[in-house]
Design a protein around this ligand. Structure first.
Ligand code: ADP
Ligand code: MG
Length: 255
């Protein structure tokens, strides 16, 4: 059997501050090259899953394991996970006043190269990489001179996020789009970005509340999340079934 890209085994996560168990035994396996979707009602623990995978502070893994391409990541720091090829697109992108987007991208790329013991990119090589990636995403280079995410529209934030993903070339991308209320513009950007980055060497986990995103990003598998667990898995049609029947049909919890 080939090693999956991501294997989540019986993952239990507790929020330290609240001393509250949120994830109660998540099992999820994503093979190389596949795009999986996680859908679930608000509060079911989807964002907690993405934070725990990224290694965010305050989310304690109390049981279980997460393997990235066969290697356990649960004891790694967030930057080590990123260097190992994990990328998390935040639901609410952070704003970095005073740091031009270009400068941020260069720092992010070089931090990753350093962790991988590769040489820093020269400025001309970096500029070339950004120009190419930005061109494909129809990003105006003027946007890259502005401070990262500061005053960016929703669509611009999404573009900046997909640009980071394109430049860092992660092997496992996690996109949490749950509550962000994607408008048509942002929906288009995310879908095109994700579809453009699909490859046999890259897997993706798309977390969403909205079935319509999955009309644009057609997933290989859909998982229904409820009360900190995967309660049902199926092919792309499961998303449609979920929309017509509602979550209650799958988790027994009244809407
Ligand atoms: N930082 C936190 N402190 C306290 N409770 C939290 C925190 N983050 C999430 N929760 C709780 O964990 C549960 C799952 O939340 P979340 O993972 O955001 O769900 P979803 O993304 O599916 O809407 C909710 O009951 C939420 O109130
Ligand atoms: Mg969420």
């Amino acid at each position: 059997m080939t090693t999956p890209m991501l294997e989540i085994r019986d993952l239990h996560v507790r929020i330290e501050e609240e001393n509250k168990a949120i994830l109660k035994g998540v099992n999820l396996t994503i093979p190389h090259g596949e795009v999986h979707a996680v859908m679930g009602r608000n509060g079911s623990g989807k964002s907690t899953l993405s934070y725990a995978l990224a290694g965010r502070e305050g989310y304690e893994i109390t049981d279980g394991d997460v393997l990235l391409d066969g290697e356990s990541i649960v004891d790694m720091e967030p930057d080590e996970r990123a260097a190992a090829g994990l990328f998390l697109a935040f639901q609410y992108p952070i704003e970095i006043p005073g740091v031009a987007t270009m400068t941020f991208l260069k720092a992010a790329m070089n931090a990753q190269r350093k962790a991988r013991e590769q040489e820093e990119l020269s400025t001309p090589d970096f500029r070339k990489a950004v120009r190419e990636a930005a061109g494909k995403l129809s990003i105006d280079t003027d946007m890259l001179k502005r401070a990262l995410n500061v005053g960016f529209s929703g669509g611009e934030k999404k573009r900046a996020e997909v640009l980071q993903m394109a430049l860092l070339q992660p092997k496992m991308c996690i996109l949490d789009e749950t509550d962000s209320g994607l408008d048509i513009d942002a929906l288009q950007i995310v879908s095109e970005g994700v579809n453009g980055l699909r490859s046999p060497q890259r897997s993706m986990l798309v977390i969403t509340h909205y079935q319509r995103l999955l009309n644009h990003i057609v997933p290989d598998r859909v998982h229904v999340f409820s009360d900190g667990r995967v309660v049902e898995s199926g092919d792309k049609d499961l998303a449609l079934e979920l929309e017509s029947k509602g979550y209650a049909a799958f988790d027994g919890v009244p809407a």
